[in-house]
Design a binder for this molecule. Sequence first.
Ligand SMILES: O=P(O)(O)OC[C@@]1(O)O[C@H](CO)[C@@H](O)[C@@H]1O
Length: 302
Amino acid sequence: MILTVTPNPALDYTVELDEPLEAGTVVRTDGARVDAGGKGINVSQYLHALGSETAASGFLGEPFGRVLADELAESGFETAFVSVEESTRLNQTILATDGEYKINQNGPHVSERALDDLLSRVSERGPPSLVVGGSLPPGVSADDIDRLAAAGDWATTVDVGGEMLADLAGDYALCKPNREELAAATGMATDNVDDCIAAAEALRETGYERVIASLGGDGAVLVGPNGAFVADALDVDVVDTVGAGDSLLAGVLAAYDGGADDATALATGVAVSSRVVGTAGTSVPDLDGIEDVRDGVHVHRR
Ligand SMILES: O=P(O)(O)OC[C@@]1(O)O[C@H](CO)[C@@H](O)[C@@H]1O
């Protein structure tokens, strides 16, 4: 079972415009959707769709937290959220003709008590695998994530942003930075795939058994105890990139959960991600035939 913790969930509001944004003008649209989001929650949604057993936890505050919880009630996996006093955030994605705009709020304050409640909930479940995904809201620090990771004998995966990866001091099974986060975590160049592998190797040394970096058009790399693997990107029509990293991670974790090796896990992640970028927002796309897509991903050793 893979338990995800999203310290800072979000209601994701995605609007599609058929003209560029312009200051001082009203743009009207029919294309809008709301999804339950936040990186850990997204990972759980994709894991569930892939047939892996998962549950989701984190902090939720009303009123937006209530809408998010209602959305998740339909999802088919268990949830165990801790209530906080301020509202869960509303994050916006604007898909305009001139590009993708993303506006993320900092999120509600989380008290010491809520943090202790979260620790109890995770400990009660004692999952073999724990994923902490997304930014940390006010009141939550790198020390708190280290404490959560060390509170049981679960293997912990983190996807918490580049600077935070550098701040974490515990031992982690896996982390999933993107190219910019890899650069921020290591202070190294990430201009090409070889740079990214070198940076991922350096990041491993700081307490991560495996590093998986999503590199957009350059695909993805996985660096771990069995060496470095590079997966080429698939040629797909991108609607938006929101959820791309979460679905890569979910694909990798689902594959490991099923006993896959590193190369197959990486290929699965790239395959799932290629389906998600073809869908607006963080909604779960049709994952039928994903094994065939995975088999078409070219993975090579470096
Ligand atoms: O502000 P954070 O926590 O870094 O990212 C939050 C977020 O952008 O990440 C998900 C996509 O990965 C969205 O569901 C959500 O809005």
